[in-house]
Design a protein around this ligand. Structure first.
Ligand code: SF4
Ligand code: SF4
Length: 235
């Protein structure tokens, strides 16, 4: 477990529900929009960015997303790419305001809150943690619901829960099957899963049913490979 994972684990002992209070005041300095490699984009975030910019989803992914494999999870993840010349987010305006404010990624809309999911008895519970920061002030009272303002907390939570279920299930299955596949086939599988989970959307249509369908499709793809391995082992 690295230092960040240890910190998150510790903070998870102090969970906040949607209407619990926390203290923070943002002075809009824009520092949290610079030199960040940890702003993960879910397909929900990518679809919203694609819609906001009126760019096809694959183009938005190419321009603003960096696809990589989670070190422990082995799940394909996408992070927001900062500008090469000055390390600023490509959406950060000169006045330090977000240029896609109403469509900004969930990680940004929540900061300095983090959102977590715990799964027990087939039920996914969502809660929040207040990440330690050395910015802003602690002289305003907020709740996660009110902090998310116009970002539609309910829709965002439903999406997060569905996405977390997919991440947990698919990453477990990837970790099981990956060591059994020759390198090239393993890479092809990961690329196929990434395509299905991040790019197979009509951004103008409801996204929740689409991500659930894509999760099932990615699972079927892994099942096909599992069956092929079993057939090969028997022959
Ligand atoms: S959250 Fe913190 S770093 Fe980001 S703009 Fe507000 S005060 Fe600055
Ligand atoms: S998307 Fe907006 S809030 Fe997020 S890092 Fe970029 S400028 Fe900042």
């Amino acid at each position: 477990m690295n230092d960040r994972q240890k910190m998150v684990e510790e903070l998870m002992h102090h969970p906040l529900k949607s209407d619990d209070e926390f203290l923070f005041r943002c002075d809009q300095c824009g520092e949290c929009c610079k030199d960040r490699a940890d702003i993960l984009l879910s397909p929900f975030d990518l679809c919203r960015i694609s819609k906001a910019l009126e760019e096809p989803l694959p183009d938005a992914m190419d321009k603003y997303g960096f696809l990589f494999l989670g070190e422990t999870s082995k799940f394909p993840l996408v992070s927001l790419v900062m500008r090469e010349d000055n390390g600023r987010c490509p959406f950060l305006n000169d006045d330090n305001r977000c240029g896609i404010h109403m469509y900004k990624p969930s990680v940004c809309a929540l900061f300095p809150l983090g959102r977590c999911a715990s799964r027990q008895n087939d039920r996914t519970d969502i809660f929040y943690i207040l990440q330690p920061t050395d910015c802003g002030y602690d002289d305003e009272i907020h709740t996660p619901r009110e902090w998310m303002g116009g970002f539609n907390l309910e829709e965002s939570e439903q999406w997060f829960a569905a996405w977390q279920d997919i991440v947990m299930e698919i990453s477990e299955r990837i970790r099981e099957i990956l060591p059994k596949l020759p390198g090239e086939l393993g890479n092809e599988m990961l690329s196929g899963i990434a395509q299905i989970l991040y790019l197979r959307y009509h951004v103008d249509q409801p996204l929740l049913p689409q991500v659930k369908e894509n999760g099932i499709l990615a699972g079927k793809m892994i099942s096909m490979l599992e069956n092929t391995i079993m057939t090969y082992q028997k022959s």
